[in-house]
Design a binder for this molecule. Sequence first.
Ligand code: 1HN
Length: 350
Amino acid sequence: MTQNPSRPELEEFYQRIDGHELAPLWEVIHKLLARQPITRAVPHLWRYREVRPFLLESGEIISAKEAERRVLILENPNLRGEAKTADSLYAGLQLILPGEIAPAHRHTQSALRFIVEGEGAYTAVDGERAYMNPGDLILTPSWSWHDHGHEGSDPMVWLDGLDIPQVQFFGSTFGEGYDADVFETTLPPGTNQARFGANVRAVDDLPEKPFSPLFTYPFNETNQALEKLIQSREPNPWHGYKMEYQNPMNGGPVMPTLSAFLHGMQKKFISRPYQTTEHQVFSVIRGSGKTMVGEGKDQIEISWQPKDHFVIPGWYRYTHQAEADSTLFSFSDQGSQQKLGIWREKKHEI
Ligand code: 1HN
């Protein structure tokens, strides 16, 4: 038996096993046991003042119905062509114009919408419309029927967050269209909010699915919760004020694969450096600031304004610096990673 084999000996062996669909682990094991998580995505900022004109132009080129969904994907610079914003997350900005509809369909991917501008459009989830306003969060869990319509008078834009790469990983990507463009309305608007958003529950409504049964989280409520939190205590050194949108059934993330958060940072707040294995996409609601991502010569500065969007891939060290009183929304795969037991964070002291 030969120990310390020469390269040609190894290559000759690899060639012989190659035809049998076998490969040597020892050539790749270092990549599988990397000292740091290897994300393919890189941090990136999409400035709304640059994206918005293209979004409006897309409205002249194609209708929402023809497009199925008229969306510009926020595609990670290092994952072009893959419809990914981070390794595990998809994000896009969707435009709907007055009078348009986006037809009913359902799919295995779960989605959330965070409203960026406009009013008068609705998302219908399993037969109930949720009329949307800026800052509202709307959920369309896996396999729920959903369509969008717009009864207002100005363009409406929202951020779509989906778990597309996660579902793709399992090879479970599929969906179907509905026979009609619009799913029948069976419940009046506000029913879901009243039934599941008031901290009371019908005694025979036990959790059936691992999704929040509440599909609308209006900004006037979540923002008030954040404001009251800010008035009631000191900020968390790493997060400022950070609240998670919860599934009222169990206090957990809104959907198994997607977690959603609201962040408040007061003027001049600087967060201590933080790392987490989850991937995060941010939507700026108000204020302005900088997020420094990475370390040393690789550090990049993400300078954000309202309606800007940015991504921080997993394990990048970052710190937020608020220049004005600021409110941000984010979504991530935290819940998904926690269920798999792989989520970690590192809180740096300075
Ligand atoms: C989808 O259903 C929507 O319903 C948006 O608005 C984006 C991206 C990929 C697959 C399905 C929507 C989507 C999507």
